[in-house]
Design a protein. Structure first.
Length: 84
């Protein structure tokens, strides 16, 4: 199964952060929530397409992977565009 794209997670985390009133110091929390939402959406899509066994179509309570380099400032979701 394909992993989540970091840019998709970053954009979703940015939206969640904006909706929460742009608080500081909670970058990892927004990143994890974005991953959770996107993974749940992906699993629903795969389940609806018949590509997953039914038991896998709902998110599990498995531990989340450690935060990698994703605690960078969420206020700049287009970092790749400005790096040119």
């Amino acid at each position: 199964m394909k992993h989540l794209d970091d840019n998709d997670v970053r954009e979703r985390a940015f939206l969640i952060w904006k909706q929460a009133g742009e608080p500081s110091g909670k970058m990892a929390e927004f990143w994890y929530e974005a991953e959770r939402q996107l993974e749940q959406e992906r699993l629903k899509e795969l389940g609806a397409a018949g590509e997953l066994p039914r038991i896998l179509a709902s998110p599990s309570s498995a531990p989340r992977p450690a935060v990698r380099r994703h605690t960078e400032d969420l206020r700049s979701p287009d970092r790749s565009a400005s790096a040119d």
